[in-house]
Structures are given as structure tokens and as C-alpha cells.
Design a protein around this ligand. Structure first.
Ligand SMILES: [Zn+2]
Length: 203
């Protein structure tokens, strides 16, 4: 295992795992929650009191994904990640906007030797992810201020999540891979037709 870990949201130094908390060399300390994740979103970066998906949304999506409807998509994602990391020993994979960890967990299953990290702005999502996937490090954090060292990730994944190009370029190793999944033009269009007065296609 490498020494790679999340970075301190205050001074950006790498955090060291001290068991019950993560600590940087400037003694900023972040307690781990019972499920093992860490809250690395500075209060002044929180634009709402409870940012991201709420507990109901997280539970609904988890129930849906666990039924396997997107299993074929997860398999395709794993194949791509495997292909691009096969020549790397213990690749470092960072799943940005990892939600309740469905895809993060699948990637760890297919690449057990990898160091996988995931983060999401929703504390409810991260709580669910960390409770279920114990061999992955999760944090509550924002894509606009990623708590990860410069040029440290071999593979970055972003599955249906917001994008911050500047931050993604910063944390990705030179020659690393960025895997970005976006909804197609008519994604869930049939549902939109039912729910919206004027359904629209995605850009
Ligand atoms: Zn610090």
C-alpha cells in the first residue's frame, strides 16, 4: 500500500491515518465517523446547511442500483478501468462524486489490489458508502476543492457527477486516465415525458 491519502482541507498537507482520526503535519485533525469516513468539507465551503443529496434521495438511488438495473453499465465501467490500469501496480483510483459507493464498490471488486478513494458532497451518501464498503476510503468533500494531492491519481472516475476540470487536472497524474460518464441526450426521456410539462433533451 502506498502512503497516499486524502489531504487536509485547511493547509492541503497529506493526512495521516491515526486510527480514529486523520491528522496533518500542522496538527489539523479530522475525526472519523462510526462508519469510518471523514468530513473534509470546510464549513465556509458549504453553500447550504445540508449540501448534496438528502437521505431519502440516497436511499431511493441505493435501492434502485442494488436491484442491478445499471449492472451492465457497472460492468462496462469496470472493464474500462481495468484496461487502463492493468500495467500499474496498486493503481490509485479516485471516484469523484461517489454517491453511495455503488460504482466505487464494483471497481474495488474487479481491481482488489487498487487503492480506491471516493468522495461526495452528500454526507448521507458517504455514510451509506463507508458503512458498506469497508476496504475503500471515503470522505465528504466537494469536486470544487478535492482533498487529494496534486498529480496523485492514476485513474479518476466521474459517474453522473458535477465536473470541475481545474481540480480534476490538478489531482490526475501526468499520463493518467479520466473516465467521465454523462447522461445521453434522451436519458430517462420517457420519465421526463410523464413528469414535465415540456420535456427536454440533455445537451
Ligand atoms: Zn492541515
Amino acid at each position: 500500500m502506498s502512503d497516499i491519502n486524502f489531504t487536509c482541507p485547511i493547509c492541503r498537507k497529506i493526512l495521516k491515518d491515526e486510527g480514529k482520526c486523520l491528522v496533518c503535519e500542522n496538527s489539523h485533525s479530522f475525526d472519523k465517523a462510526k462508519q469510518g469516513y471523514t468530513h473534509l468539507l470546510p464549513v465556509n465551503k458549504m453553500h447550504s446547511k445540508i449540501p448534496g443529496d438528502n437521505a431519502l434521495m440516497v436511499n431511493a438511488r441505493r435501492d434502485f442500483l442494488n436491484k442491478g438495473y445499471y449492472g451492465i453499465f457497472a460492468e462496462a465501467l469496470c472493464e474500462i478501468v481495468k484496461k487502463y490500469s492493468k500495467s500499474i501496480t496498486n493503481p490509485i483510483i479516485l471516484d469523484c462524486g461517489s454517491g453511495e459507493g455503488y460504482y466505487t464498490g464494483k471497481m474495488k471488486e474487479c481491481l482488489p489490489e487498487s487503492n480506491i478513494f471516493g468522495f461526495d458532497i452528500s454526507k448521507f451518501a458517504v455514510k451509506a458508502a463507508a458503512g458498506k464498503y469497508k476496504n475503500i476510503s471515503f470522505a465528504v468533500a466537494s469536486v470544487f476543492s478535492i482533498p487529494f494531492p496534486d498529480e496523485s491519481a492514476d485513474v479518476l472516475t466521474n459517474i453522473f457527477s458535477p465536473l470541475c476540470e481545474k481540480e480534476f487536472l490538478r489531482v490526475l497524474k501526468k499520463g493518467g486516465y479520466f473516465i467521465f460518464a454523462v447522461p445521453g441526450e434522451r436519458h430517462l426521456y420517457e420519465m421526463k415525458e410523464v413528469l414535465y410539462a415540456s420535456p427536454y433533451e440533455n445537451e
